[in-house]
Design a protein around this ligand. Structure first.
Ligand code: ADP
Ligand code: MG
Length: 379
């Protein structure tokens, strides 16, 4: 029997389920430290495989191939939360899976996620679970418009969501289409002052690193811009760090996770979502902090000591979606201050995350303005 809390040193092999940009940036961190990395992803030469030692080309739920990956590596991790928890339980027989399945199973489902937030003593967005149009009407009455209808599982970047501003004027076919996929969650639309997130990492010994709070601006429900430090009150800041520490404890966190928050115009702080993995808003930690959220993830799953996090310089990160990438590349030559990240995805699609740019800055207002003035992000 392996000693579960023993550190895994460079030279060992890390298996990553999922080969997108998060897997790629995990791999960069792992490779830099001297680990070997094998990716499992259905797409040959996916972003993470381009920078790793090997790839198993297979669907994420292909149990035989997951076992093959587990046997080939010393520790297994994942880059997204929609990994099959049963499959993870199965592959645990063959390798270390220090993250376990608690964080996965809680966060895979918006109902258990909200229940967990509330049971932990924190404020979730007011919501009701609905299964049919009758319950939809009752839900709208209870919460009061505007509301947002969301699928329980598998949503990302605002996919699987319908905003209902005016209940008298809705497309029932769209609502029924979502309901056909299973129970849905109806959420009160919060009047947002700000959105922020906090990244927390931990190792198997329970040592934690907590990153400075990041402020996020979404466009069409997709993250557009993140800045750090967040311009929030001392009180909100203390509360958010408390939420981060408490939820990390309760989820028995190993590796990196991120918690998204809403701050309403009346200064209430709501926990929106928990991602049991590195997060888009945390990309700026690569350049702005003493270690990145990806370094912290690798340290955590390998059970190395976790450092105190320092913000070395304020930073802004802006996403490059399919419609931005080419123009951003052309403009790179004019911007020595840009830390340019292109994930190497083969298909450039509208609203698909293709890369990001991080800018270190002593004046975030000026930096944000320069991004907003650049026509790249007009589309
Ligand atoms: P995803 O899984 O797609 O990230 P989220 O629930 O985080 O789903 O929603 C994406 C974005 O949509 C949020 O970051 C926020 O900008 C907006 N949004 C979602 N739910 C609400 C809500 N209840 N009130 C206000 N804005 C919301
Ligand atoms: Mg979200």
């Amino acid at each position: 029997m392996k000693n579960l809390n023993k550190a895994l040193l460079p030279g060992k092999t890390i298996g990553i389920i999922g080969g997108g940009q998060l897997g790629q940036m995990m791999s960069f961190s792992a490779k830099e430290m001297g680990y070997k990395v094998i990716i499992l992803d259905p797409q040959e030469d996916c972003p993470a495989a381009q920078v790793s030692d090997g790839q198993i080309v297979a669907e994420y739920n292909d149990l035989d191939k997951l076992i093959e990956l587990a046997k080939a590596c010393d520790v297994l991790t994942y880059e997204f939360e929609n990994v099959d928890a049963d499959a993870i339980n199965e592959v645990k027989k063959y390798t270390r899976v220090p993250q376990g399945i608690k964080a996965l199973s809680v966060t895979q489902n918006r109902i258990s996620e909200k229940d967990f937030i509330t049971a932990s003593g924190f404020q979730a967005v007011p919501h009701v679970v609905i299964e049919n149009i009758f319950e939809y009407h009752r839900g709208v009455e209870k919460l009061g418009a505007p509301v947002i209808l969301k699928t329980i599982r598998g949503g990302y970047d605002g996919k699987g969501q319908i905003l209902i501003e005016d209940p008298e004027n809705v497309c029932y076919a769209d609502i029924e289409h979502l309901l056909m996929q299973g129970p849905c969650m109806l959420e009160k639309k919060i009047d947002l002052k700000q959105e922020v997130s906090v990244v927390v990492s931990a190792n198997s010994d329970g040592q934690k690193s907590i990153f400075p709070i990041i402020e996020n601006i979404h466009r069409h429900n997709i993250l557009h811009l993140s800045t750090c430090p967040a311009a929030i009150s001392e009180k909100s800041e203390q509360h958010i760090y408390q939420v981060g520490k408490t939820l990390a404890e309760k989820l028995e966190l190993v590796g990196t996770m991120c918690i998204e928050f809403f701050i309403s115009t009346d200064d209430e702080v709501y926990v929106n979502e928990i991602a049991p993995r590195p997060h888009n808003s945390g990309h700026l930690t690569i350049e702005a902090c003493n270690i990145s959220q990806f370094d912290a993830h690798i340290r955590g799953i390998c059970n190395l000591a976790m450092p105190e996090i320092e913000l070395l310089k304020p930073a802004a990160m802006v996403n490059l979606l399919g419609q931005h990438l080419e123009n951003a590349k052309q403009d790179l030559i004019n911007h020595p201050e840009w830390h340019f990240h292109d994930y190497g995805k083969d298909a450039v699609k509208e609203n698909r995350k293709m890369g990001h740019i991080t800018i270190l800055s002593t004046d975030l207002t000026v930096t944000k303005q320069s991004i907003e003035n650049n026509s790249i992000w007009d589309v």
